[in-house]
Each structure stands twice: as structure tokens, then as C-alpha cells.
Design a protein around this ligand. Structure first.
Ligand code: AMP
Length: 306
């Protein structure tokens, strides 16, 4: 696997891959890879002959009081994991490479960016879309894979691709979880054992709401109360929001359907966690990290979410 750190090196790899023929699949990440990221690499490999993974902790998408400086990093391990999963190239640019002095142009997110994560983290999505647009321009992928775990991000990237005419197809991969339900996240390393136990309340609440939906409940306010009640069983969680929203706009809905997104953000100690479910799909349609490490069949990533 080739490790690329400069724009020129990356562009040379892209040219060579194109010359060899076949599509380019792209998996952008902030590193500290886990089975969720690796499921995106698996998906990209199914979609494209050449797969490139980027690792870049994008300062633009962190607020001043967020965890940029302590964000976990281990590029050597990331590289080995990406290679093990069949990636052909590994792009590891520096901050100066991505944002040379004076680089001030930003992508302004469209509809769907103001609520939930957008409200909790001002400027976050402008930072995300700016780096994704730059990476798309550098890599020029045919297909790019994103996780349902960051569902509002996936929606806004999809809108940007449409609005700014990027010639790239997006694949959204269902959230990979620990066997007990906790959504995999690079930030999970910050959780103490007791915080981790509390954090499980999030997936438990999402499961409770899915059960209610399956039982026929369609009123969003009732489902929200069920979520709140379930989350109260984990008093160590500080809930930031519960979204019951349309997947296309992230606007709240009164009545839910199979496409409705239920998304949560909560803090366990100093660690901010997000998770979501699409009601018609539930939590258990996606694979657990366990199954992915020991796959029994080829198609071990569930349905695309959006
Ligand atoms: P990050 O490194 O956290 O910026 O994530 C990079 C990509 O991996 C994003 O598209 C995330 O949505 C995706 N991702 C993160 N965690 C998971 C997970 N548990 N399952 C599936 N995809 C994930």
C-alpha cells in the first residue's frame, strides 16, 4: 500500500490508478480506525477497484472548546489496518498541506445544517464540507463511503454533491456496533468503565423506540417520551438532543414512518457521543464488530441507510 502525504504525490497516484483502469473508491476518516471505518473500506472495495483511505484530523470542524488537541491518533496502526482490509493507498496529509497559509475559502452548508449537530457545534458542518470538498477535488473518486453513524453529515455531504455537481456517488454504510449495542467511535477510548456502562443507555433507548415503532406507535411526541424515559435509566448521561426527523431535511416530524431518523447526542463524562436509528431498519440490521471480524459471508455490511 502506498502512503501519500503531499498533493503532488496524491495526484500522481490518482493518475496512475486511472491509467490502470477501474473506479476509484474513497473513504475519508479522521483516523484511529475501528471496525466501523473498516466496514466503509469493505464497502468501497465492493464498489471500486482502487480504494484510497484518508486520515486527517480536520481542525476546521472542531470548535474552540472541543477535543482537537486530544483527539486520538495512531497513523501507523491505521495504515496497517487499512492495508489489511485491502486499501491501495493511504493519504495522510499535514494541516499545512490541506490548509496552506491564507487558505480561507469555505463551503457553506445548505438546508439541514442548522439543527441538532449544527446547533450544538457552530461551524462544524462548514468545516466538514470544506474538507470533504477539498478531498473530493484531490482524489476525484467515483464513489465515496460515509457512515450512517454521522447521519446528518452524510445528508449534508449528499446535498453538497448535488448542489455543487461533484461527479461522485455516495454510499452510506450502516453503523457498526459492539456486540452489546454501543456504536463504535474513535472517542470511545475516552470512556471509563462506568461511563461506558452509562453510554450503553443510548443504544438501549434507540432499541426501545424501535420496539415501540414496530408495535405500531407513530406519534413522534410519544416516541420522544419513551426515549427520555429510557435515557433516564442512565443518569450519568447528559442528553443534548433527541431528534425525531425526516431523513432528507433533518426537520422534526409529528408522525413517524419507516424512513424517520431518531438521533441522539449525549455526554458521558467529558465524552460527547452520537447515535441514531432509522425506524424501519432498527439497530440490529447492521453487523456488529464481532461479525465483521469473523465474517460468515460476503455481504456482511447491511443495507445502505439513505
Ligand atoms: P470519523 O473518523 O469519525 O470522522 O469517521 C469517518 C467515517 O467513518 C464517517 O463517514 C463516519 O460516519 C464513519 N463511521 C464512524 N463510526 C462508524 C461506525 N460505528 N459504523 C460505521 N461507520 C462509522
Amino acid at each position: 500500500m502506498e502512503q501519500l502525504e503531499t498533493v503532488d504525490g496524491l495526484r500522481a497516484w490518482v493518475r496512475a490508478a486511472r491509467a490502470r483502469g477501474g473506479d476509484i473508491g474513497f473513504v475519508p476518516t479522521m483516523g484511529y480506525l475501528h471496525e466501523g471505518h473498516l466496514a466503509l473500506i469493505d464497502a468501497a472495495r465492493r464498489e471500486a477497484r482502487h480504494v484510497i483511505v484518508s486520515v486527517f484530523v480536520n481542525p476546521l470542524q472542531f470548535g474552540p472548546n472541543e477535543d482537537l488537541s486530544r483527539y486520538p491518533r495512531d497513523p501507523a496502526r491505521d495504515r496497517a489496518l487499512a492495508e489489511g482490509r485491502g486499501a491501495e493507498a493511504f493519504f495522510l496529509p499535514s494541516v499545512e498541506t490541506m490548509y496552506p497559509a491564507g487558505a480561507g475559502t469555505r463551503v457553506e452548508p445548505g438546508e439541514g445544517a442548522t439543527r441538532w449537530e449544527g446547533a450544538a457545534r457552530p461551524g462544524h458542518f462548514a468545516g466538514v464540507l470544506t474538507v470533504v470538498a477539498k478531498l473530493f477535488n484531490l482524489v476525484q473518486p467515483d464513489v465515496a463511503c460515509f457512515g450512517q453513524k454521522d447521519i446528518q453529515q452524510a445528508l449534508l455531504v449528499r446535498r453538497m454533491v448535488r448542489d455543487l455537481d461533484f461527479p461522485v456517488r455516495l454510499v452510506v454504510v450502516p453503523t457498526v456496533r459492539e456486540p452489546d449495542g454501543l456504536a463504535l467511535s474513535s472517542r470511545n477510548v475516552f470512556l471509563s468503565p462506568s461511563e461506558r456502562a452509562e453510554a450503553l443507555g443510548i443504544s438501549r433507548a434507540l432499541r426501545a423506540v424501535t420496539e415501540m415503532y414496530r408495535g405500531g406507535e407513530r406519534r413522534a411526541d410519544v416516541l420522544e417520551s419513551v426515549m427520555q424515559e429510557a435515557l433516564r435509566l442512565s443518569p450519568g448521561l447528559a442528553v443534548e438532543y433527541i431528534a425525531i426527523a425526516d431523513p432528507g431535511t433533518m426537520e422534526p416530524v409529528d408522525r413517524v414512518g419507516p424512513d424517520t431518523v431518531v438521533a441522539v447526542a449525549a455526554r458521558a463524562g467529558g465524552t460527547r457521543l452520537i447515535d441514531n436509528v432509522i425506524l424501519g431498519q432498527g439497530l440490529d440490521d447492521a453487523s456488529t464488530a464481532d461479525e465483521i471480524e469473523n465474517p460468515s459471508g460476503d455481504d456482511h455490511v447491511g443495507r445502505s441507510a439513505l
